[in-house]
Each structure stands twice: as structure tokens, then as C-alpha cells.
Ligand binder design. Structure first.
Ligand SMILES: *Cc1c(COP(=O)(O)O)cnc(C)c1O
Length: 361
């Protein structure tokens, strides 16, 4: 077993693994499970500082993104896709798939979106039903000021979808203050449960937009509206993965029991960036560092895959490369959730140092 120091999936605490092995009821028929599900959703809303209702869907983080787009998009709808990273740009695929018309707001991948420039763009272009934003764009590690961006969009009546899968619980996210209509999260990043679940928080305005559609939502599995009355009707659209939800609940309770989590992530982020620079390496980003992941340029003359292989072989530690336009160019250390502890971060950085010495010898 490797020590997992990737930007998701992350390490899973023993109490989460134990919770997943508890005896199961029939989650479709047992009213007690509807209460358990609802209380788990309420805990998500509490941790994200929102009055909006949360829903847990049975699928990985990607399902949350697709469900948000599927549920809001009607054919011909104009959608603004904020592209300063690979996930940012990727939202366009879901919007297009459900018939939306994409306009990109493009900005450099090495910096956070600049709020002033974004506002200037909106002054000229604001005929959009909704916009998609990414909180931490994990392949590059850039952290966007999604609360400010979302508030700016709201001034023009534009709804917002925010992918915070790899930021939430490691970076503060105040959903109501940011007026964010739909937030997407996942189980396997800073929440530190195994992969398998996604969850969304949905504003009244977003739910109303779904109810008032002229065309039906073109999906069942990626349909958020079908969840709306689950508690009143004691009916889920499909059988809920009860063991996954037991694990998620325990992981969320671990998060809640750790009020210093943002400070801990900040310290681990700063420690990693400082040490990496002291080692003579360069960070991929110029600003907007997420405290959940550090993205490091691969030094000239060394191959990313060789670093990753030696980290595993010599040190039993798994870190990550990246993908799409960043393939081979960077390596990534995930210091989020259970990974964000000093012992593991220091061990990883020391291992990286010795691997790089070996490879450049
Ligand atoms: C991990 C992640 C997701 C979910 O992707 P999966 O392939 O389902 O794990 C979505 N958005 C971001 C920014 C992520 O980091």
C-alpha cells in the first residue's frame, strides 16, 4: 500500500472505513434512512455555510457537474464558461451536450481570474442564463475567487454553478455570502471519504428554473429536480448507496470536528510551496495558490513519470502528474483533507528531494 499524497482520492481515516462496513437497512423502504440521508445533506449545507438544500447523488464528482448542467440547460440557452483551467474549460462539454450555447471567458492558466477584469467583461457581455466557475482547478492548482465572481454575476441576474470538488473543506467556501446557486462537491478530495459520491447544494432560484423549464431535463440519472421531494414522498429516484453514505457522513463529521481545518490547510500549503522553492523547483502558478494542492514544474532534463515511479519505488509514496495540456509538464502533491498533516507532507517533500537528486545525478 502506498502513502496516498495525490490531489484526490485522498487518505481515508479508519472511522470512515469502519462506517462503510456497518450493517445495512433497505434504503428505499426504511424511513429511518430518509432521515439519515436528510441529516447528512443538512450537515453538508452547514459546512458550506448555506441555507440551500443539499442532495447526495450516486456517482463521482463528475456526475455533480453534469447533473448541474443537465438540470439547468435548455436547448439554445446562453451559458458563460469561465476557462482558466482544464476543468473550467471542460464544463463547456456538458453545456453543449445538453444543447446550451457556450461563450468562453478565457484567462491565463497560471493565474486566478481577476475580479476587476471579469467585471469589465460582464459590463459588455451579460446575456447569459448561468455561468460555470471552478473553485480549485486541480490540474494546475489555481484557486479562483468564486464568491466575488459569483456575486458579480448575480448583479446581472446570471445564475452560477461552482465546481468546488477539490477545494471545499480545505479552502473556505461561504455559499450564501457568494450567492452561488449550485455548488458541486465530491467525496474523495478534502472530504476524505473514498471515491463514489457527489453532492450539490441548490438555491431556490436554481430549483425554480428547473421547475419552470419549457423542455424536460434530458436525463434521469443526471436530473437534480427528481430529488426535490424525496423526503415528502419517501422516494429516491434510484437505490441510494447506503454504505457510501455512511462513510461520507462520518467523513463530514470528522471535518466538522476539526474547526482549525482551514488554518491547517494554509500551513501545509505554505510549507509545501516554501520547501519546493527552497529545493530550487518552480511552482506552475504565478498567483492563486490553492492550499489543497501544489503544482510543480518538472525540471529540465527530467521526466515526470520517472519522478512518480521513483517516489513509489523508493519511498512508497504516490504523488500525481497532470493531464490534458499539462501532461508531463508538472507534478502535483495533494495536501488536502487527511493528507494535510505535517508528518506526511514533510516525508513527501524529503522523498521528492532525494528522488530529484537521484535523477539529476
Ligand atoms: C476531482 C475533481 C472532479 C471530479 O472528478 P472525478 O473524475 O469524478 O474524480 C471535478 N472537478 C474537479 C476540479 C476535481 O478536482
Amino acid at each position: 500500500m502506498y502513502k496516498i499524497m495525490t490531489p484526490g482520492p485522498t487518505q481515508v481515516r479508519e472511522n470512515v472505513r469502519m462506517a462503510r462496513s456497518l450493517a445495512c437497512t433497505n434504503p428505499d423502504l426504511d424511513p429511518a434512512f430518509y432521515d439519515y440521508y436528510k441529516e447528512t445533506c443538512e450537515l453538508i449545507s452547514e459546512l458550506l455555510e448555506t441555507k440551500n438544500t443539499a442532495y447526495i447523488l450516486d456517482g463521482e464528482g463528475i456526475l455533480g457537474l453534469e447533473a448541474a448542467c443537465a438540470s439547468l440547460t435548455e436547448p439554445g440557452d446562453k451559458v458563460l464558461v469561465v476557462d482558466n483551467g482544464i476543468y473550467g474549460k471542460g464544463f463547456a462539454d456538458f453545456v453543449t451536450m445538453y444543447g446550451g450555447q457556450v461563450t468562453f471567458y478565457e484567462s491565463t492558466y497560471t493565474q486566478a481570474v481577476d475580479v476587476k477584469e471579469f467585471r469589465a467583461f460582464l459590463e459588455e457581455h451579460h446575456d447569459f442564463k448561468y455561468a460555470t466557475l471552478v473553485h480549485c482547478d486541480t490540474p494546475s492548482g489555481v484557486l479562483n475567487p468564486v464568491e466575488e465572481l459569483s456575486r458579480a454575476l448575480h448583479e446581472y441576474g446570471i445564475m452560477t454553478i461552482v465546481d468546488s470538488v477539490s477545494a471545499m473543506m480545505g479552502e473556505p467556501l461561504r455559499v450564501d455570502e457568494g450567492q452561488i446557486d449550485i455548488v458541486c462537491g465530491g467525496s474523495q478530495k478534502a472530504v476524505s471519504a473514498p471515491p463514489g459520491l457527489t453532492f450539490v447544494t441548490v438555491s431556490d432560484a436554481a430549483m425554480k428554473a428547473m421547475e419552470e423549464r419549457k423542455t424536460p431535463i434530458a436525463s434521469f440519472y443526471a436530473n437534480i429536480l427528481v430529488f426535490k421531494d424525496y423526503y415528502k414522498n419517501l422516494w429516491f429516484p434510484y437505490t441510494m448507496p447506503i454504505s457510501d453514505i455512511y462513510g461520507l457522513r462520518t467523513a463530514l463529521e470528522n471535518v466538522k470536528a476539526d474547526p482549525d481545518r482551514y488554518e491547517r490547510h494554509k500551513q501545509m500549503g505554505e510549507l509545501t510551496r516554501r520547501t519546493v522553492k527552497e529545493m530550487g523547483l518552480s511552482l506552475y502558478l504565478e498567483n492563486g495558490y490553492s492550499n489543497t494542492v501544489t503544482v510543480i514544474r518538472v525540471p529540465d532534463g527530467i521526466k515526470a513519470d520517472d519522478i512518480l515511479e521513483l517516489m513509489k519505488k523508493d519511498h512508497n509514496i504516490m504523488i500525481a502528474g497532470s493531464f490534458d495540456v499539462l501532461t508531463g509538464q508538472v507534478i502535483r502533491i495533494g495536501h488536502m483533507g487527511e493528507n494535510a498533516n505535517e508528518a506526511d507532507v514533510v516525508e513527501t517533500l524529503e522523498a521528492l528531494k532525494s528522488v530529484l537528486n537521484k535523477l539529476s545525478a
